[in-house]
Each structure stands twice: as structure tokens, then as C-alpha cells.
Design a protein around this ligand. Structure first.
Ligand SMILES: Nc1ncnc2c1ncn2[C@@H]1O[C@H](COP(=O)(O)O)[C@@H](OP(=O)(O)O)[C@H]1O
Ligand SMILES: [Mg+2]
Ligand SMILES: [Mg+2]
Ligand SMILES: [Mg+2]
Length: 344
């Protein structure tokens, strides 16, 4: 199955959310950010992006549940009227901007695509699905790497379609990632997408439907040239240094926010090592589902720290896994063996 409509809608949704979040960053006000109960930040950008994407999904696939990161609890507090009206303004602007080639008005886009504030809150809450092993569901991270977004660094808008716990489609938009890694100061903004069995492709955010997609294969690297990609925080960075040393890597590790790390491996090779400081931390499925299919369709492997496949059928989390390791097929086994040896 090639999921043609799902792919088109997902790319359009991610593109609109990327344009929206980029424009929000230009004018973000201090009181448009708050801290959630787990002490992580959330912004008007996260809420607006989730509302835009869920509106498109709801219009085209009304039966499909969504496991999304955000919910509308904070926005429903009566005194947060200004926050509701700001998000309503942003979401309506994103939905009603002119149709691009490849977008359909029946998806709820264009001049007739306006939505009420009540609808926006309900759309955000379409992301409350608890997950599970059976049937279709989407995962949505409206801004992955909110900390990166806030510091003007890397962040990603991430969407996946999962059927019976297997990821079938992944779309990741990286507004701040250079189109070409060899031109770090060149144009920025890429969308990466993959359908199971059909390979992974990169298109520029500015013209995803009209430009020629570039097919990506993870480049092979000798062990001395294997770069480690890692988070900026909440990860065992000094252990990663030991892994690099044991593998004989001589290139420095890169710390970066968001799933832009996985996307960088598609183009530049290397290893994604994510071993949370807290052994009891459970990864969220929206943080890994879209990029897992990107890596697999580019000739790579994604497992947990013990070499076990990621199980997206548990609930909203990867409850059966600890950590994440992604790398090309040629090196993944050596990485897991190295982790096991260093942990003994
Ligand atoms: N203590 C922790 N350990 C591991 N991951 C965490 C964490 N606290 C937050 N996260 C997750 O790490 C994600 C960011 O990943 P990265 O470190 O690769 O940038 C966050 O996504 P959001 O920014 O979407 O909330 C959040 O889900
Ligand atoms: Mg978050
Ligand atoms: Mg995230
Ligand atoms: Mg997020």
C-alpha cells in the first residue's frame, strides 16, 4: 500500500506547521511560553502547530486517532483568554493562506478554512489517544525540540502513521536545517518523508510538491569517521564519549535538539545515541516513530540500547524499551556490542 493521500496530507500539514512556527519565532513574546508539569517548555507555537495538523488530519481521515504531545488544559483556563485568541489568530492564518500546488481545498485549507476557537481546542485534544497495538493511529509532535525552537536552533515538526504498531509513513520538517549539509550557511528548511518500502526523500520546505525529491541513503563511514549525534541535555554524554573512544571515532560528537539528528544521519551518516540519564524515563512514541521509518528506509536500523526493536504498540510511550540507538546497517551491531561491553 502506498498511502498516497496520507503522504500528501501529511506533507502539506507539516509544511504549513513549519511556516507557522518559523513566523511565530520571529515575534515570540516572553508570555507566550510556559512550563509544563514535567518542567519542559511549551509555546503558542506547539499548540498552534498541533491544531493546524490535527485539523487537516481530522478533515481527511476523521476516523483516525492521534497520539499528540499537547492538550488544551492550560488554554481552557478562563483567564487565558488572550492566549486562546492569539492561537486562534495564528491557526486561522496558517489554514487560510493560499493553496499551493498539491494541496486540496477539501482538506480544510484556503480562504474557506476558518475555524472557531472552540474547534481549535477540540482539534488540539484530538491528540489525547492513548495508543495501542491495533488499527491505525497517527503520532504528532507539533514542535520537537521546543528548547531548540526557543534558542533559534534545531527543531522539527514530526508526524507518523502507524498501523498495527508498525510505522508506515513518517514526515519530519526541519525549518532550521540547511538544505545541504555542505553549505551550513546556505538556504534552510527541509522536509524528509518515507513510506514503508518506498525509500526516504528530502524536499525543500519552500516547494515540497513542485521540486524534485532527493532520495537519501545513509552514507557508509569507516569507524574513525563515525560521528555521534546526541541531545543537548538529559542524556549520558560522558558515556557517549566512552563509546566514541571504544569505536575509535576521531570526529567530534554533535549535540543538537530534536529529530533533526536522525535527519542529519540520513545525509551525513554516523550514530544517534540516546541513553537517558534517568533509567526509568520512558521515551514518547512521537519523539521516535517518524524518524524510525526515515532511518530504516535509508538503509539503517533503530533499536533500543539493548538492540531490541522499538515497540510502538505499548501506549503513548516506548514502555518496553530503554534508550535509542540508530545507525547504518553496517555499524549498528558493533555499536550495540560496544554499549554492552562498556556497561559490564
Ligand atoms: N529527561 C528526559 N529524558 C529523555 N527525553 C526527554 C527528557 N525530557 C524531555 N525529553 C524529550 O526529549 C525531547 C527532545 O529531544 P532532544 O533531546 O533530542 O531534543 C522532548 O521533546 P519536546 O521538545 O517535543 O518536548 C521530550 O519529549
Ligand atoms: Mg514538549
Ligand atoms: Mg518531542
Ligand atoms: Mg514537542
Amino acid at each position: 500500500m502506498s498511502f498516497t493521500t496520507e503522504k500528501q496530507v501529511a506533507i502539506a500539514a507539516v509544511r504549513r506547521a513549519c511556516a507557522l512556527t518559523s513566523s511565530i519565532f520571529q515575534h515570540l513574546h516572553i508570555n507566550e511560553t510556559s512550563i509544563k508539569s514535567d518542567e519542559s517548555p511549551v509555546t503558542v507555537g506547539d499548540f498552534s502547530s498541533q491544531a493546524v495538523i490535527n485539523t487537516l488530519l481530522s478533515n481527511t481521515f476523521p476516523e483516525d486517532p492521534v497520539v499528540g504531545e499537547e492538550d488544551s488544559t492550560e488554554l481552557r483556563i478562563p483567564s487565558n483568554e488572550w492566549l486562546r485568541s492569539r492561537i486562534s489568530e495564528l491557526v486561522n492564518k496558517a489554514l487560510t493562506s493560499p493553496l499551493q500546488e498539491g494541496e486540496q481545498p477539501e482538506w480544510g485549507l484556503g480562504p474557506d478554512g476558518t475555524v472557531s476557537t472552540a474547534q481549535i481546542l477540540d482539534m488540539i485534544d484530538r491528540g489525547r489517544y492513548q495508543g495501542g497495538r491495533h488499527g491505525r493511529m497517527w503520532t504528532l509532535d507539533p514542535i520537537d525540540g521546543t528548547k531548540g525552537f526557543l534558542r533559534g536552533g534545531q527543531y522539527a515538526v514530526c508526524l507518523a502513521l502507524i498501523v498495527n504498531a508498525q510505522v508506515k509513513l513518517g514526515v519530519v520538517g526541519c525549518p532550521n536545517l540547511p538544505v545541504s549539509p555542505t553549505e551550513p550557511d546556505g538556504p534552510r528548511g527541509c522536509i524528509f518523508y518515507a513510506v514503508r518500502g518506498e525509500g526516504v526523500y528530502q524536499v525543500p520546505i519552500s516547494a515540497p510538491f513542485t521540486s524534485t525529491p532527493v532520495r537519501l541513503r545513509i552514507p557508509s563511514r569507516t569507524h574513525d569517521n563515525l560521528r555521534i549525534w546526541q541531545s543537548i541535555g538529559h542524556t549520558r554524554l560522558s558515556f557517549n564519549d566512552k563509546v566514541a573512544e571504544a569505536l575509535g571515532t576521531t570526529v567530534p560528537s554533535i549535540s543538537m535538539d530534536s529529530q533533526a539528528k536522525y535527519c542529519s544521519i540520513l545525509r551525513e551518516g554516523g550514530i544517534y545515541l540516546r541513553l537517558p540519564d534517568d533509567i526509568n524515563f520512558r521515551e514518547k512514541i512521537w519523539d521516535h516513530a517518524p524518524s524510525t521509518i526515515l532511518i530504516e528506509e535509508a538503509g539503517g536500523i533503530v533499536t533500543d540500547a539493548y538492540g531490541k526493536p522499538l515497540d510502538f504498540g505499548q501506549d503513548r510511550t516506548l514502555a518496553a524499551n530503554y534508550g535509542v540507538v540508530a545507525a547504518g546497517k553496517d555499524v549498528h551491531k558493533a555499536v550495540i556490542e560496544t554499549l554492552t561491553r562498556l556497561e559490564e
